[in-house]
Design a protein around this ligand. Structure first.
Ligand code: ATR
Length: 297
Protein backbone atom coordinates (compact mmCIF):
# COMPACT_ATOMS: atom_id res chain seq x y z
CA UNK A 1 0.00 0.00 0.00
CA UNK A 2 1.54 3.34 -1.04
CA UNK A 3 1.69 6.26 1.39
CA UNK A 4 -0.36 9.40 0.67
CA UNK A 5 1.27 12.84 0.71
CA UNK A 6 0.38 15.18 3.57
CA UNK A 7 -0.46 18.67 2.34
CA UNK A 8 0.92 21.45 4.56
CA UNK A 9 1.17 25.22 4.36
CA UNK A 10 4.55 24.78 2.68
CA UNK A 11 3.65 22.09 0.16
CA UNK A 12 5.08 22.65 -3.32
CA UNK A 13 2.75 21.91 -6.21
CA UNK A 14 3.06 20.23 -9.60
CA UNK A 15 0.35 18.66 -11.73
CA UNK A 16 -0.98 17.56 -15.06
CA UNK A 17 -2.82 19.68 -17.62
CA UNK A 18 -4.83 17.92 -20.32
CA UNK A 19 -8.37 16.89 -21.20
CA UNK A 20 -9.46 14.48 -19.89
CA UNK A 21 -7.08 13.75 -17.02
CA UNK A 22 -9.32 11.74 -14.72
CA UNK A 23 -7.82 8.36 -15.73
CA UNK A 24 -4.20 9.53 -15.48
CA UNK A 25 -1.71 7.39 -13.59
CA UNK A 26 0.64 10.36 -13.11
CA UNK A 27 -0.87 11.72 -9.85
CA UNK A 28 -0.58 8.31 -8.18
CA UNK A 29 2.93 7.78 -9.57
CA UNK A 30 4.33 11.16 -8.46
CA UNK A 31 2.52 11.36 -5.13
CA UNK A 32 3.80 7.89 -4.22
CA UNK A 33 7.32 9.09 -5.03
CA UNK A 34 6.94 12.27 -2.93
CA UNK A 35 5.59 10.26 -0.01
CA UNK A 36 8.38 7.69 -0.30
CA UNK A 37 11.08 10.39 -0.16
CA UNK A 38 9.23 12.37 2.54
CA UNK A 39 8.98 15.41 0.24
CA UNK A 40 6.41 18.10 1.07
CA UNK A 41 5.13 18.14 -2.50
CA UNK A 42 1.82 17.26 -4.17
CA UNK A 43 0.83 16.45 -7.75
CA UNK A 44 -2.71 17.39 -8.79
CA UNK A 45 -4.84 16.68 -11.88
CA UNK A 46 -5.76 19.90 -13.72
CA UNK A 47 -8.39 19.43 -16.43
CA UNK A 48 -7.91 22.30 -18.91
CA UNK A 49 -10.17 22.83 -21.95
CA UNK A 50 -8.99 23.86 -25.43
CA UNK A 51 -9.66 27.56 -24.96
CA UNK A 52 -8.01 27.86 -21.57
CA UNK A 53 -4.40 26.82 -22.15
CA UNK A 54 -2.87 30.29 -21.94
CA UNK A 55 -4.96 31.28 -18.91
CA UNK A 56 -4.10 28.00 -17.21
CA UNK A 57 -0.36 28.58 -17.67
CA UNK A 58 -0.60 32.13 -16.33
CA UNK A 59 -2.54 30.78 -13.38
CA UNK A 60 0.10 28.17 -12.65
CA UNK A 61 2.80 30.85 -12.46
CA UNK A 62 0.56 33.04 -10.28
CA UNK A 63 -0.06 30.11 -7.94
CA UNK A 64 3.66 29.31 -7.71
CA UNK A 65 3.41 25.86 -9.23
CA UNK A 66 6.89 24.42 -9.82
CA UNK A 67 5.80 22.76 -13.05
CA UNK A 68 3.32 20.55 -14.83
CA UNK A 69 3.14 17.61 -17.13
CA UNK A 70 1.19 18.21 -20.31
CA UNK A 71 -0.92 15.56 -21.98
CA UNK A 72 -3.40 15.23 -24.84
CA UNK A 73 -4.59 17.53 -26.41
CA UNK A 74 -2.21 20.31 -25.32
CA UNK A 75 1.29 18.97 -26.05
CA UNK A 76 1.63 21.19 -29.14
CA UNK A 77 -0.68 24.01 -28.06
CA UNK A 78 1.41 24.98 -25.00
CA UNK A 79 4.54 25.65 -27.06
CA UNK A 80 3.63 29.18 -28.15
CA UNK A 81 3.34 30.27 -24.52
CA UNK A 82 6.73 28.95 -23.36
CA UNK A 83 9.93 30.96 -22.96
CA UNK A 84 12.44 28.21 -23.79
CA UNK A 85 12.33 24.74 -25.32
CA UNK A 86 14.70 21.79 -24.96
CA UNK A 87 16.17 20.24 -28.12
CA UNK A 88 13.79 17.29 -27.85
CA UNK A 89 10.75 19.57 -27.44
CA UNK A 90 11.75 21.77 -30.37
CA UNK A 91 12.54 18.86 -32.70
CA UNK A 92 9.50 16.75 -31.83
CA UNK A 93 7.19 19.78 -31.72
CA UNK A 94 5.66 18.50 -28.47
CA UNK A 95 6.07 19.40 -24.79
CA UNK A 96 5.05 16.98 -22.05
CA UNK A 97 6.81 18.69 -19.13
CA UNK A 98 7.03 22.33 -18.08
CA UNK A 99 9.32 23.72 -15.40
CA UNK A 100 8.41 27.18 -14.09
CA UNK A 101 11.37 29.13 -12.73
CA UNK A 102 11.20 32.82 -11.72
CA UNK A 103 7.98 33.17 -13.69
CA UNK A 104 9.58 31.75 -16.86
CA UNK A 105 8.31 28.63 -18.61
CA UNK A 106 10.78 25.98 -19.78
CA UNK A 107 9.37 23.22 -22.01
CA UNK A 108 10.73 19.69 -22.31
CA UNK A 109 9.82 16.46 -24.03
CA UNK A 110 10.73 13.78 -21.50
CA UNK A 111 8.95 11.09 -23.57
CA UNK A 112 12.11 10.78 -25.69
CA UNK A 113 14.54 10.27 -22.80
CA UNK A 114 11.89 8.22 -20.96
CA UNK A 115 11.61 5.86 -23.90
CA UNK A 116 15.39 5.50 -24.18
CA UNK A 117 15.78 4.87 -20.45
CA UNK A 118 13.04 2.22 -20.55
CA UNK A 119 14.95 0.38 -23.30
CA UNK A 120 18.24 0.65 -21.42
CA UNK A 121 16.56 -0.57 -18.23
CA UNK A 122 15.39 -3.63 -20.20
CA UNK A 123 19.03 -4.15 -21.27
CA UNK A 124 18.23 -3.17 -24.84
CA UNK A 125 20.68 -0.51 -26.07
CA UNK A 126 19.49 0.73 -29.48
CA UNK A 127 22.98 1.95 -30.46
CA UNK A 128 23.88 0.28 -33.76
CA UNK A 129 20.44 -1.39 -34.05
CA UNK A 130 18.30 -1.53 -37.17
CA UNK A 131 14.89 -0.36 -35.94
CA UNK A 132 11.35 -0.44 -37.34
CA UNK A 133 8.95 2.09 -35.80
CA UNK A 134 5.26 1.33 -36.39
CA UNK A 135 3.24 4.56 -36.44
CA UNK A 136 4.07 8.18 -37.19
CA UNK A 137 2.11 10.19 -34.59
CA UNK A 138 3.35 12.23 -31.65
CA UNK A 139 4.71 9.23 -29.77
CA UNK A 140 6.64 8.07 -32.85
CA UNK A 141 8.32 11.48 -33.13
CA UNK A 142 9.69 11.19 -29.58
CA UNK A 143 10.80 7.61 -30.26
CA UNK A 144 12.57 8.40 -33.53
CA UNK A 145 14.26 11.40 -31.89
CA UNK A 146 15.51 9.16 -29.06
CA UNK A 147 16.71 6.45 -31.45
CA UNK A 148 18.59 8.90 -33.67
CA UNK A 149 20.18 10.50 -30.58
CA UNK A 150 21.15 7.04 -29.32
CA UNK A 151 22.86 6.31 -32.66
CA UNK A 152 20.63 3.53 -33.97
CA UNK A 153 22.12 2.22 -37.24
CA UNK A 154 18.86 2.81 -39.11
CA UNK A 155 15.25 3.72 -38.38
CA UNK A 156 12.38 2.86 -40.72
CA UNK A 157 9.03 4.50 -39.89
CA UNK A 158 6.06 2.47 -41.15
CA UNK A 159 2.62 4.06 -41.03
CA UNK A 160 -0.90 3.39 -42.28
CA UNK A 161 -0.91 6.92 -43.70
CA UNK A 162 2.39 6.87 -45.58
CA UNK A 163 2.56 10.65 -46.07
CA UNK A 164 2.65 11.14 -42.32
CA UNK A 165 5.66 8.82 -42.05
CA UNK A 166 7.35 10.67 -44.91
CA UNK A 167 6.70 14.00 -43.18
CA UNK A 168 8.11 12.77 -39.86
CA UNK A 169 11.28 11.43 -41.48
CA UNK A 170 11.74 14.54 -43.57
CA UNK A 171 11.30 16.72 -40.50
CA UNK A 172 13.77 14.84 -38.30
CA UNK A 173 16.33 14.34 -41.09
CA UNK A 174 17.26 18.03 -40.76
CA UNK A 175 18.21 17.54 -37.10
CA UNK A 176 19.95 14.22 -37.69
CA UNK A 177 21.67 14.48 -41.10
CA UNK A 178 24.01 11.57 -40.26
CA UNK A 179 21.20 9.17 -39.27
CA UNK A 180 19.73 6.68 -41.70
CA UNK A 181 16.01 7.50 -41.49
CA UNK A 182 13.50 5.96 -43.88
CA UNK A 183 9.76 5.45 -44.26
CA UNK A 184 7.39 2.89 -45.69
CA UNK A 185 3.66 2.09 -45.76
CA UNK A 186 2.49 -0.14 -42.89
CA UNK A 187 1.55 -3.14 -45.05
CA UNK A 188 2.08 -6.88 -44.82
CA UNK A 189 4.60 -6.68 -47.66
CA UNK A 190 6.76 -4.03 -46.08
CA UNK A 191 6.70 -5.78 -42.70
CA UNK A 192 7.62 -9.07 -44.37
CA UNK A 193 10.61 -7.48 -46.10
CA UNK A 194 12.06 -6.40 -42.73
CA UNK A 195 12.68 -10.06 -42.04
CA UNK A 196 16.32 -10.77 -41.14
CA UNK A 197 17.32 -7.13 -41.37
CA UNK A 198 15.78 -5.87 -38.18
CA UNK A 199 16.90 -5.83 -34.53
CA UNK A 200 14.12 -3.87 -32.84
CA UNK A 201 10.42 -3.37 -33.68
CA UNK A 202 8.55 -0.65 -31.75
CA UNK A 203 4.79 -0.17 -31.77
CA UNK A 204 3.93 3.49 -31.29
CA UNK A 205 0.41 3.17 -32.74
CA UNK A 206 -2.62 2.96 -30.49
CA UNK A 207 -3.52 -0.45 -31.92
CA UNK A 208 -4.09 -2.97 -29.11
CA UNK A 209 -4.81 -0.35 -26.46
CA UNK A 210 -7.71 -0.90 -24.06
CA UNK A 211 -10.55 -1.47 -24.89
CA UNK A 212 -9.47 -2.91 -28.31
CA UNK A 213 -7.10 -5.40 -26.75
CA UNK A 214 -7.57 -8.14 -29.38
CA UNK A 215 -5.80 -6.11 -32.08
CA UNK A 216 -2.13 -5.98 -33.03
CA UNK A 217 -0.31 -3.87 -35.63
CA UNK A 218 1.72 -6.97 -36.61
CA UNK A 219 -0.54 -9.11 -38.84
CA UNK A 220 -0.76 -12.86 -38.12
CA UNK A 221 0.21 -13.67 -41.72
CA UNK A 222 3.63 -12.03 -41.40
CA UNK A 223 6.31 -14.15 -39.69
CA UNK A 224 7.86 -12.56 -36.63
CA UNK A 225 11.61 -11.96 -37.09
CA UNK A 226 13.18 -14.26 -34.50
CA UNK A 227 16.28 -12.16 -33.83
CA UNK A 228 14.35 -8.96 -33.09
CA UNK A 229 13.19 -7.43 -29.81
CA UNK A 230 9.54 -6.29 -29.83
CA UNK A 231 8.67 -3.20 -27.81
CA UNK A 232 5.19 -1.74 -27.32
CA UNK A 233 4.51 1.80 -26.10
CA UNK A 234 0.99 0.72 -25.13
CA UNK A 235 0.93 -0.19 -21.42
CA UNK A 236 -2.81 -0.68 -20.96
CA UNK A 237 -2.95 -3.64 -21.10
CA UNK A 238 0.61 -4.35 -20.00
CA UNK A 239 0.74 -7.49 -22.10
CA UNK A 240 -0.67 -6.38 -25.46
CA UNK A 241 -1.57 -8.77 -28.26
CA UNK A 242 1.51 -7.44 -30.11
CA UNK A 243 3.72 -8.61 -27.22
CA UNK A 244 1.78 -11.83 -26.60
CA UNK A 245 2.31 -12.92 -30.21
CA UNK A 246 5.97 -11.91 -30.14
CA UNK A 247 6.57 -13.80 -26.91
CA UNK A 248 4.82 -16.85 -28.32
CA UNK A 249 7.24 -16.70 -31.27
CA UNK A 250 10.14 -16.77 -28.81
CA UNK A 251 11.05 -13.13 -29.25
CA UNK A 252 12.26 -10.80 -26.48
CA UNK A 253 9.70 -8.13 -25.48
CA UNK A 254 9.66 -4.78 -23.68
CA UNK A 255 6.33 -3.42 -22.42
CA UNK A 256 5.21 0.22 -22.40
CA UNK A 257 5.13 0.85 -18.66
CA UNK A 258 8.85 1.65 -18.53
CA UNK A 259 8.43 4.66 -20.81
CA UNK A 260 5.58 6.05 -18.70
CA UNK A 261 7.63 5.66 -15.53
CA UNK A 262 10.86 7.04 -16.94
CA UNK A 263 9.27 10.09 -18.61
CA UNK A 264 7.73 10.84 -15.20
CA UNK A 265 10.98 10.10 -13.39
CA UNK A 266 12.88 12.58 -15.55
CA UNK A 267 10.28 15.29 -14.85
CA UNK A 268 10.35 14.43 -11.13
CA UNK A 269 14.12 14.85 -10.99
CA UNK A 270 13.98 18.13 -12.87
CA UNK A 271 11.34 19.62 -10.57
CA UNK A 272 12.64 18.34 -7.22
CA UNK A 273 16.37 17.85 -7.83
CA UNK A 274 15.99 14.44 -6.15
CA UNK A 275 16.65 10.95 -7.50
CA UNK A 276 13.22 9.44 -8.25
CA UNK A 277 12.32 6.13 -6.56
CA UNK A 278 11.68 4.19 -9.77
CA UNK A 279 10.37 1.02 -8.12
CA UNK A 280 7.86 2.95 -5.99
CA UNK A 281 6.63 4.73 -9.13
CA UNK A 282 6.31 1.42 -10.96
CA UNK A 283 4.26 -0.11 -8.16
CA UNK A 284 1.94 2.91 -8.07
CA UNK A 285 1.35 2.57 -11.83
CA UNK A 286 0.77 -1.17 -11.62
CA UNK A 287 -1.73 -0.65 -8.85
CA UNK A 288 -3.49 2.09 -10.89
CA UNK A 289 -3.69 -0.22 -13.90
CA UNK A 290 -5.37 -2.88 -11.79
CA UNK A 291 -7.94 -0.44 -10.37
CA UNK A 292 -8.81 1.59 -13.48
CA UNK A 293 -9.37 -0.28 -16.76
CA UNK A 294 -9.20 3.05 -18.64
CA UNK A 295 -5.91 4.16 -17.03
CA UNK A 296 -3.72 6.46 -19.15
CA UNK A 297 -0.66 8.76 -18.84
P1 ATR B 1 0.15 9.55 -30.44
O1 ATR B 1 0.42 10.98 -30.08
O2 ATR B 1 -0.20 8.68 -29.27
O3 ATR B 1 1.23 8.96 -31.28
P2 ATR B 1 -1.46 10.06 -32.77
O4 ATR B 1 -0.62 11.24 -33.11
O5 ATR B 1 -2.94 10.17 -32.91
O6 ATR B 1 -1.22 9.56 -31.29
O7 ATR B 1 -0.95 8.83 -33.67
C1 ATR B 1 -1.55 7.58 -33.64
C2 ATR B 1 -0.76 6.62 -34.53
O8 ATR B 1 -1.41 5.35 -34.49
C3 ATR B 1 -0.69 7.03 -35.99
O9 ATR B 1 0.51 6.58 -36.55
C4 ATR B 1 -1.87 6.27 -36.58
O10 ATR B 1 -1.78 6.03 -37.97
P3 ATR B 1 -2.33 7.14 -39.03
O11 ATR B 1 -1.29 8.22 -39.07
O12 ATR B 1 -2.44 6.40 -40.29
O13 ATR B 1 -3.65 7.61 -38.48
C5 ATR B 1 -1.74 4.97 -35.83
N1 ATR B 1 -2.98 4.20 -35.83
C6 ATR B 1 -4.10 4.42 -35.11
N2 ATR B 1 -5.03 3.49 -35.37
C7 ATR B 1 -4.48 2.63 -36.28
C8 ATR B 1 -4.93 1.44 -36.93
N3 ATR B 1 -6.14 0.94 -36.69
N4 ATR B 1 -4.09 0.84 -37.78
C9 ATR B 1 -2.85 1.33 -38.02
N5 ATR B 1 -2.36 2.45 -37.43
C10 ATR B 1 -3.17 3.08 -36.58
Amino acid sequence: MSKSPKITGKSLLVGLIGWPVEHSLSPAMHNAAFADLGLDWAYVPLPVGHDNVQDALKGLAALNFVGVNVTVPHKQAVIRYLDELSDAARTTGAVNTIHIKDGKFFGYNTDAIGFLNSLLEADCDPKGCRVAVLGAGGAARAVVFALARAEAASVTVLNRTTERAAFLVDDLADTFPDSQLDFSPLTNDSLATLNDDIDLVINTTSVGMWPDTEHTPWPDEVPIPKQATFCDLVYNPLETMFLTRARAAGVRTVDGLGMLIHQGAYAFEMWTGQQPPIEVMRQACLSGLVHDPAASD
